[in-house]
Unconditional design. Structure first.
Ligand code: URA
Length: 218
């Protein structure tokens, strides 16, 4: 596979997925002002909490270069992290908004924007070594929040766990063999929020339960 970059992240011209690399090239032509590269993780690798999303949105993280930034999903995610002490500052939908994460890091199961927000199974599998490197690079990792079924399954596969042993259920928590606890939430996507599959209260309940599980550090 393509070597990890010096920071353990996919290279900006990662060519592992033909379809995603072609989409990226089209987007570089169409939207030259966008970031248009694999979106690197955000936050300190000494954090205890890793949040795993699905993939960058075309006009969100793929434009700004920071996970969930400029995406509808970020409008619920980031203020919730501030509310529960996992972030400081005010989310401004811009990587220069000064927001910082506290004891928390955010990544995606797939680092490149997929057409129609839908990565294929092979693309998710191909991107998995980057998620594995992410988890390995976090020596204090204690909890993972999987946003949606794809993130949940990507985490299980990365950690060598059987899907059948850990069913995705919104609000569930699973203690994995490694000792890391996986928390499940429906993804905070526009669709899930607008259809009320996921309400602000439901999302706060999950992040609040992680807050109770991870007593504030230091
Ligand atoms: N933006 C991201 O970076 N990840 C998601 O899962 C959704 C939007």
């Amino acid at each position: 596979m393509t070597a990890l970059s010096a920071e353990g992240q996919p290279p900006l011209d990662c060519a592992l997925c033909d379809r995603l690399a072609a989409f990226r090239n089209d987007n570089r032509n169409k939207f030259p002002e966008f970031y248009n590269s694999p979106v690197h993780s955000f936050g300190d690798d000494q954090a205890r909490l890793l949040i795993v999303g699905l993939a960058p949105g075309l006009r969100g993280a793929n434009r700004t270069g920071r996970p969930f930034t400029g995406d509808y999903a970020g409008d619920l995610l980031y203020p919730t992290l501030v509310e529960f002490g996992f972030a400081d500052g005010t989310y401004g939908a811009d990587p220069d908004d000064g927001l910082t994460l506290r004891d928390c890091r955010i990544t995606n199961a797939v680092r490149c924007v997929p057409p129609e927000n839908k990565p294929t199974g092979p693309e998710i599998n191909t991107c998995r070594p980057f998620l594995a490197a992410e988890i390995e690079a976090m020596p204090r990792i204690t909890a993972i929040l999987g946003l949606g079924l794809i993130a949940h399954n990507a985490v299980l596969a990365t950690m060598g766990e059987k899907r059948s042993a850990y069913k995705f259920v919104h609000g569930a928590r699973h203690t994995l063999a490694s000792g890391v606890t996986l928390f499940d939430s429906y993804h905070c996507s526009r669709y899930n929020v607008n259809t009320r599959r996921l309400t602000t209260e439901m999302f706060h309940d999950v992040v609040g339960s992680i807050r109770s599980f991870l007593a504030p550090d230091g």
